[in-house]
Ligand binder design. Structure first.
Ligand code: FPP
Length: 256
């Protein structure tokens, strides 16, 4: 079986609250311990040659949590940027946030924009945090962008892709969700169309570099057929083959 290079991995870092509650600690303790895992997973993704890593750090639905918890998540994002800034720059990582960060403190927004600018030309791992993010909101934003610039025109898949928050991330090859739930929770709805989905019981604060590497290895060996019967190795090839077969079949049926 041929091996499949995973270009884009997305992770739903779930289970922080339960991890803390099981230990008799407040939920935010789980977020604090969980945030300390992020840098090592980023480093491992880079080492494994992954091209893009997108992490779900705060969903648009998370606004409904108590403000004391929301404030801790804001603070953890800021701490991550301050701590990891130098390493991100040294490793030529391109840093980006997708989602609505307008409610974050101005100082945090400035740190984010600064790091985005400084790393914009980097050719290494594309590290993206989804923060204040919702997949449906991203699709609505993309369609509205298109309508504004192309009034009265029909939108194609390519047009929609080009109007996403970060078009060059491309399709997700593998979605990992920790914490035991089997849902995609409004994350990267468009980009997940052909993704492999991997759900692990491990709660995010216990998620290790070795489990991450094992999952990547397992999925790399898994066969992906993209709706074919197994003769292609990527989505582009599958789409070209589908078009060629469609034309051939129509010709054979005498339809044009
Ligand atoms: C879900 O756990 C997780 C989140 C809502 C936030 C994820 C955030 C982090 C891992 C820390 C942020 C780190 C950085 C660097 C920005 P949950 O609280 O919903 O867990 P539960 O399902 O057990 O309640």
């Amino acid at each position: 079986m041929s091996e499949q290079q995973l270009n884009h991995i997305a992770i739903i870092m779930d289970g922080n609250g339960r991890w803390a509650t099981m230990r008799g600690r407040p939920r935010v303790w789980g977020h604090i311990r969980g945030s300390s895992k992020v840098a090592s997973i980023v480093e491992e993704a880079d080492r494994l040659g992954i091209k893009a890593l997108t992490l779900y750090a705060f969903s648009s639905e998370n606004w409904s949590r108590p403000f004391s918890e929301v404030r801790v998540l804001f603070a953890l994002l800021k701490k991550f940027i301050c701590h990891e800034r130098e390493r991100i720059i040294r490793n030529k990582i391109r840093f980006k946030i997708i989602g609505d960060i307008s409610e974050l403190p101005q100082g945090t927004q400035d740190l984010i924009h600064d790091l985005e600018q400084v790393t914009a030309h980097h050719q290494g791992l594309k590290l993206t945090f989804a923060f204040g993010y919702g997949g449906r909101a991203e699709l609505v934003h993309a369609v509205n962008q298109f309508i504004t610039h192309n009034p009265g025109q029909k939108i194609s898949e390519k047009d929609l892709n080009n109007c996403l928050y970060c078009p060059d991330l491309g399709d997700v090859d593998l979605l990992i969700r920790t914490g035991g739930d089997c849902r995609v929770s409004n994350f990267l709805l468009w980009q997940l169309a052909y993704a492999e989905l991997y759900f692990t019981e491990t709660k995010w604060p216990d998620f290790s570099v070795s489990e991450f590497a094992r999952i990547v290895d397992f999925v790399t060996r898994r066969e992906r057929r993209f709706g074919t019967i197994g003769e292609v190795s990527d989505l582009n090839e599958a789409q070209k083959l589908a078009e060629k077969n469609r034309v051939n079949i129509n010709q054979q049926l005498g339809m044009h």
